[in-house]
Design a protein around this ligand. Structure first.
Ligand SMILES: Nc1ncnc2c1ncn2[C@@H]1O[C@H](COP(=O)(O)OP(=O)(O)OP(=O)(O)O)[C@@H](O)[C@H]1O
Ligand SMILES: C[C@@](O)(CCO)CC(=O)[O-]
Ligand SMILES: [Mg+2]
Length: 362
C-alpha cells in the first residue's frame, strides 16, 4: 500500500491569463490532498472519496469509466471526481507500462473543492505518485507534474494550464509560462485565505474568459495586462532576499499588484459578489492587497497580511464561511507513511462498495 500527499495553492497573480501563455505565479500552501493506493489482483478500480460530499462515495468499475455505476449521490459531482481519479490511474498505468493494473483508492483532502485552491491538481498529482509507486516506479516530481497536467487537460476539455499541477508537484512558489515551468525562491509571504463556502467550475469559467477574449479586443488586452502585472511582480520577487522576512516595500508593491489583478479578473467576469465582499473586507482591515484565487466564480480570496486583522475581519464578513492563514508549503508531492491511519482506511475500503452485481464491477 502506498500513500502520497500533494499541496493545494493560491495564486499570487496570473490565473486565467496563464491559460493563454502569459506567466503566472502560484504558491503551494500547507493544505493537502492524500491519496492511498493498494494494487488489486484484478483490473478493477475502486475509489473512496471521503471529502467529495458530506457523506463521500464509493464506486467500483471495470477497465474504464465509459459505463457508469448507479450511485445515489449528486451525479455530476461523482462524474467529475471519477474523471480526475480515472485520468490519474491512466497516467500511472501508462508510466508503469501496466495497462491492466487495478487499484483500491482512498482520497482524503483538506482542500475545499472547486474553491480556487487547486484541489483537482492536488488529487491528480498525489494519485499519480501513489499509484506509480504502488506499481514499483518512482517518478521525478517534474514527470508527475507533466502527467498530472495531461490528466487535468483531458478532464477539463483543454481548459487547463500547467500552473496548478506543476505547483502542487514541486511545492513552493513557481513561475509558469506556457510549457516553461520553474521553481522560484520567494520570501515566506503572509497569505490569508477567505472562503465563501462556495465553488466555481474551472472549465466553464475558463471557457467564459476565452469567449470574451475572442469577442472583444479589450478583453484580450485585459488578459495581456494581467501578464504585465505578473512580469512586474516577478521582478520584485527576484530582487528580494528569499531568506529574509518580506520588506514593507515588497508587501506594499505586491499588494498593489494583487489589487490590480483582482480588478482585471473582475472585469473578465470571474469574480462574484461574495469574493468581492471578502476582498474589500481584507483591504478595509489593512491587508496589503487582496484578490480572488484560482478560477473564481465563488470559493476563495487570498490577501497579504502578517497581522491577525484580516483574518478576524473576514470571519465577521457576511458571506465568508472560513478564514485561515496559509503557510507556503515548501514541499510538493511526497510519499507519506502508508501505515498512518491505515487501519481505519482499510476498514473503509472494505466497506460500502457499490457494484451492479453482474460481476464485471460496472
Ligand atoms: N477530495 C476530493 N475527492 C474527490 N474528488 C476531488 C477532491 N477534491 C477535488 N476533487 C475533484 O476536483 C474537482 C474540483 O476541481 P476544480 O478544478 O473545479 O476546482 P479546484 O481545483 O478546487 O480549484 P481551482 O482549479 O480553481 O484552483 C471536484 O469537483 C472533484 O471532481
Ligand atoms: C483558471 C486557471 O488559470 C487556474 C485554476 O486554478 C486555470 C488553469 O490555469 O488551468
Ligand atoms: Mg482545479
Amino acid at each position: 500500500m502506498t500513500l502520497s500527499s500533494a499541496p493545494g495553492k493560491v495564486y499570487l497573480f496570473g490565473e486565467h491569463a496563464v491559460v493563454y501563455g502569459e506567466p503566472a505565479v502560484p504558491c503551494a500552501i500547507e493544505r493537502r490532498a492524500r491519496v492511498r493506493v493498494e494494487a488489486r489482483d484484478d483490473d478493477h478500480v475502486r475509489v473512496r472519496a471521503t471529502d467529495l460530499s458530506l457523506d463521500g462515495f464509493t464506486v467500483e468499475y471495470h477497465g474504464s469509466t465509459d459505463e457508469r455505476p448507479d450511485v445515489d449521490v449528486d451525479r455530476s459531482l461523482v462524474d467529475a471526481a471519477m474523471g480526475y481519479v480515472d485520468a490519474a490511474v491512466d497516467q500511472a498505468r501508462d508510466a508503469a507500462d501496466a495497462p491492466d493494473a487495478g487499484f483500491d483508492i482512498v482520497v482524503e483532502s483538506d482542500i475545499p473543492l472547486g474553491a480556487g485552491l487547486g484541489s483537482s491538481a492536488a488529487v491528480v498529482v498525489a494519485g499519480i505518485d501513489a499509484a506509480t509507486r504502488e506499481l514499483g516506479h518512482e517518478l521525478p516530481p517534474e514527470e508527475v507534474a507533466d502527467r498530472a497536467f495531461r490528466a487535468e487537460y483531458e478532464v477539463q476539455d483543454g481548459q487547463a494550464s500547467r500552473a496548478d499541477t506543476f505547483c502542487s508537484a514541486m511545492g513552493g512558489a513557481v513561475r509558469v509560462e506556457g510549457d516553461d515551468c520553474r521553481a522560484i525562491d520567494t520570501p515566506a509571504l503572509p497569505f490569508v485565505v477567505g472562503f465563501d463556502g462556495g465553488a466555481g467550475d474551472t472549465g466553464e469559467l475558463v471557457a467564459g474568459v476565452r469567449r470574451l477574449k475572442e469577442e472583444y479586443d479589450f478583453a484580450a488586452d485585459t488578459v495581456e495586462s494581467i501578464g504585465d502585472i505578473v512580469r512586474r511582480g516577478e521582478e520584485l520577487l527576484t530582487e528580494s532576499d528569499p531568506s529574509a522576512q518580506p520588506s514593507e516595500e515588497l508587501l506594499t508593491e505586491l499588494g498593489r499588484l494583487m489589487d490590480f489583478d483582482h480588478g482585471l479578473l473582475e472585469a473578465l467576469g470571474v469574480s462574484s459578489r461574495s469574493l468581492d465582499a471578502m476582498v474589500w473586507a481584507a483591504r478595509d482591515a489593512g491587508a496589503y492587497g487582496a484578490k480572488l484565487t484560482g478560477a473564481g466564480g465563488g470559493g476563495c480570496i487570498v490577501a497579504l497580511d502578517p497581522t491577525p486583522e484580516t483574518r478576524t475581519a473576514l470571519r465577521f464578513t457576511p458571506g465568508c464561511e472560513d478564514a485561515f492563514r496559509a503557510e507556503l508549503a515548501r514541499e510538493g508531492v511526497r510519499a507519506e507513511d502508508a501505515d498512518d491511519g491505515g487501519g481505519e482506511e482499510d476498514a473503509a475500503i472494505d466497506g460500502d462498495v457499490i457494484d451492479d452485481g453482474d460481476g464485471d464491477g460496472v
